[in-house]
Ligand binder design. Structure first.
Ligand code: FAD
Length: 633
């Protein structure tokens, strides 16, 4: 046991503003945001080699997740910059749908991603680092005072952000074998759950899984379909210093087959999923291969995406083949996949069970309701995914800093950001299975697009002292120029001679007299990307030196203005309920006419506005009408 007083004096400052426990995606963003907001920050993690480690697939973004990375970037977080610097392939998913659905995704270089995170953090003033397991928390009278490490060192802090990911009492399963671990090759963390449960926190168990990694040199790519990146790749970060990729690496696609399924079935009796060893709930939308075979028995094949793990490694990730079957069953089955006949393993797939804390125990700031100054972010809150974790880390770091600085909390609303939807869902509805973001979870997804995260959030990030002024200037310039371009379209006429060649190609009826460009571009046959086909538009872009992002913004405003306006109006109407606040410690038992279920849920979740109350499952419109009356409306 260390002599605590002595060691503290030499090793750490007396009291940190913020201690962040864990340096995964949540912890790294939390440390960066708190430090960039001027707080003395200590990042304590079990292994400094694994800062920003991608536990599962080497990719960032994707449907709804890509929007989250853009939002993190717009606020001044690091995930977008790190992702751009370490990408090996870029794709804008859903490009054939409306811009509300466009979702950026990169394939990442796993080792470079972690390296870049560490470099970024090392270059962030106010961040101290320490490698050790945090084994407990110092809490006095329900106020956080600091942490205790496994060596017995006590480190004091005004606030603590817990981002333990899959490590709390983590248990790894491969077939019938099971052993403690937070990730393959890393030990589990013990002590924190027990401390918190003693204080009255409720905890639960969840599980997740990952596929085998294989040697790319042993694969026959000639038998697979090549999946190239976008011809004109975009990027995540709004900063001009972040550059789109010039060269890209391809991914590949192949399929499982009946033979593969039969070989996998041979191991089902030893599968921890099916023999009752794993009881906890896994991510429904990322099922294991054994789960897919079981649930979709009529399907004779499943897609597998073969993803390189980086620029300079032969290791390959077998996306779609997540499994916890015995390693020899995984291997035998994989050898029957087309292109994998000679496959060599780097690492087998596995499943992991871990503790989480139902997130209804949190406030919108991600501070716990039970312990003042203690924040939770990431997988510890029952979410899954790097992006979900990173965004919570950012918000917890911001709010921890604001608390230290005695400033107002920072909460994003559901019509302002996917991050707002994520946190509101978690704390209002809770989650019984690993929560991942989807566009369908956002009621205002036309407002929450990947192209306008800077407009929505950069001014807020700037006011917080997080987003640099450069971001604000860039954002203002882009939207001013886009607005001018839309005005030009509204005010300027286009003649039939100028418009008809394009209208003809697009199958739109020819014009007989001049009309305003805006009206012509609003025709349903003219798609978003067709606007730049008109010579007059090309000329405007050249004369004004506009970049692609600005032009795209103007195009979106022309083609989607109606939808955007409608959604804005709906969101504004709902604000009425958002403004009706429910006093802290309100006695819901006073309202006898509430349904039993609504009253019990209100007492447990303690909504802070009538709007939040209305989103709690089991609460019906009549409960809300009654609540409004009691709130004086
Ligand atoms: P993590 O990335 O897990 O980071 C936790 C950090 O905390 C680590 O640095 C760890 O060392 C540190 N730490 C933990 N406890 C302590 C302690 N007591 N003291 C000091 N440091 C501590 N996501 C998906 O979206 N889809 C998937 O299919 C998927 N599959 C997964 C499969 C596996 C096997 C695993 C492990 C994860 C999977 N994930 C998946 C989840 C994804 O990895 C996480 O959602 C994401 O990494 C969570 O980020 P986080 O920051 O919350 O935690």
């Amino acid at each position: 046991m260390f002599h605590v007083e002595q060691s503290n004096k030499t090793m750490f400052q007396d009291k940190y503003d913020v201690i962040v426990v864990g340096a995964g995606h949540a912890g790294s963003e939390a440390a960066a945001s708190a430090a960039n907001m001027g707080c003395s920050t200590l990042l304590v993690t079990m292994n400094l080699q694994t800062i920003g480690q991608m536990s599962c697939n080497p990719a960032m973004g994707g449907i709804a997740k890509g929007q989250i990375v853009r939002e993190i970037d717009a606020l001044g977080g690091y995930s977008g910059i790190v992702s751009d610097k370490t990408a090996i392939q870029f794709k804008m998913l859903n490009k054939s749908k409306g811009p509300a659905m466009w979702s950026p995704r990169v394939q990442s270089d796993r080792m470079r991603f972690a390296e870049e995170w560490r470099l970024m953090l090392e270059n962030t003033p106010n961040v101290d680092f320490y490698q050790e397991m945090v084994a407990g928390l110092i809490i006095e009278n329900n106020v956080i005072k600091g942490i205790k490490t496994s060596l017995g060192i006590e480190i004091k802090a005004k606030t603590v952000v817990l981002t333990n990911g899959t490590f709390l009492n983590g248990l790894i399963h491969i077939g019938e074998k099971q052993f403690g671990g937070g990730r393959a090759g890393e030990s589990a963390a013990y002590g924190i759950t027990e401390d918190l449960v003693k204080l009255g926190f409720e905890s639960g168990r969840m599980k997740t899984g990952t596929p085998p990694r294989v040697d790319g040199r042993s694969l026959d790519y000639t038998k697979m379909r090549e999946e190239k990146g976008d011809e004109k790749p975009h990027k995540f970060s709004y900063l001009d210093s972040s550059k789109p990729l010039i060269h890209q690496r391809s991914c590949w696609m192949t399929y499982t087959s009946e033979t593969v399924h039969n070989l996998l079935r041979e191991g089902f009796d030893r599968s921890p999923m099916f023999n009752g060893r794993i009881q906890s709930t896994g991510p429904r939308y990322c099922p294991s291969i054994e789960d897919k075979i079981n649930r979709f028995a009529d399907k004779d094949r499943h897609q597998l995406f073969i993803e390189p793990e980086g620029w300079n490694t032969v290791e390959v990730y077998v996306n779609g083949f997540s499994t916890s079957l015995p390693e020899e069953v995984q291997f035998k089955a994989l050898r029957s996949v087309v292109g994998f006949e000679k496959v060599k393993f780097f690492r087998p797939g596995y499943a992991i069970e871990y503790d989480y804390f139902p997130p209804t125990q949190l406030k919108h700031t991600l501070e716990t309701k039970l312990v003042d100054g203690l924040f939770f972010a990431g997988q510890i809150n029952g979410t899954t995914g790097y992006e979900e974790a990173a965004s919570q880390g950012l918000m917890a770091g911001i709010n921890a800093a604001l608390k230290v600085q005695e400033r107002d909390p920072f909460v994003l609303k559901r019509d302002e950001a996917y991050i707002g939807v994520l946190i509101d869902d978690l704390i209002t509805k809770g989650t019984e299975e690993p929560y991942r973001m989807f566009t369908s979870r956002a009621e205002y997804r036309t407002l929450l697009r990947q192209d306008n995260a800077d407009e929505r959030l950069t001014p807020k990030g700037f006011d917080l002292g997080l987003a640099a002024e450069e971001r604000l200037i860039r954002m203002n310039h882009k939207f001013n120029e886009a607005e001018k371009m839309v005005s030009f379209f509204r005010e300027t006429s286009i003649s039939p001679e100028e418009a008809n060649p394009v209208l003809e190609i697009k199958g739109s009826s020819p014009m007989v007299q001049s009309d305003k460009m805006y009206k012509v571009f609003s025709r349903p046959q003219i798609d978003l990307e067709d606007i730049v086909l008109f010579d007059k538009v090309k000329e405007y872009i050249a004369v004004n030196g506009l970049d692609e992002e600005t032009v795209e913004q103007a195009e979106i405003q022309v083609k989607y203005n109606g939808y955007i306006e409608k959604e804005r109006n709906n969101a504004d109407k709902l604000k009425r309920l958002e403004d009706v606040r429910i006093p802290d410690n309100y006695d819901f038992d006073k309202i006898k006419s509430l349904s039993y279920e609504a009253r019990e849920k209100f007492k447990k979740i303690r909504p802070v506005t009538v709007s939040q109350a209305s989103r709690i499952s089991g609460v019906n419109p009549s409960d809300i009408s009654i609540l409004l009356i009691y709130m004086g409306r």
